[in-house]
Design a protein around this ligand. Structure first.
Ligand SMILES: [Zn+2]
Length: 165
């Protein structure tokens, strides 16, 4: 790939992340508070997942986005309540579930169930041992929306949510 059109594309991508002046920012994410950035990312992921689900498929992407939306929603709560700093959240995926249990957002048993679900998805869908189904996509999107709603109500910050419905 070196010295090919891929090399040029890689250079362009690197520059795009380094020189952001004058870029078009994603709507609803231009908030200064770090916790709200995580919340709004969760909102946007849920919107994107629902849009893709309504458009005839993309089950794997819907499932992936739903898992990330769950993580973002929990990260929002941890940051908002001061249980974690932005740097603390740069762990592996399952750590955020454990942190959620540590601050009593849910029980250790509940965290274990979330972790098992995540691992099962990684093992089976991500590595293509099985193909993602519509039923799995619907179940994961429902779970992600439920976690999002619960945390917003729990934190009394429903008004900061930018989900359309
Ligand atoms: Zn939302």
């Amino acid at each position: 790939m070196d010295d090919s059109y891929v090399d040029d594309a890689l250079t362009d991508a690197k520059v795009a992340f380094q020189q952001t002046h004058g870029h078009t920012a994603e709507s609803d994410l231009n908030v200064s508070d770090a916790s709200l950035v995580q919340l709004r990312k969760a909102c946007r992921l849920l919107e994107a997942a629902r849009t893709l689900r309504e458009q005839n498929g993309y089950y794997t992407v819907v499932i992936e986005a739903s898992f990330v939306a769950v993580e973002r929603s929990i990260q929002f709560y941890l940051l908002h309540r001061g249980y974690a700093s932005a740097e603390d959240l740069r762990y592996e995926h399952t750590a955020v579930y454990q942190q959620g249990a540590e601050v009593n957002l849910f029980s250790e048993a509940f965290a274990d169930r979330l972790i098992q679900l995540w691992k099962q998805n990684r093992a089976e869908v991500y590595y293509r041992e099985t193909v993602a189904s519509a039923e799995q996509a619907d179940a994961m999107l429902s779970l992600a929306r439920a976690v999002h709603q619960y945390i917003l109500n729990f934190a009394s910050l429903r008004y900061e949510c930018v989900c359309s419905r």
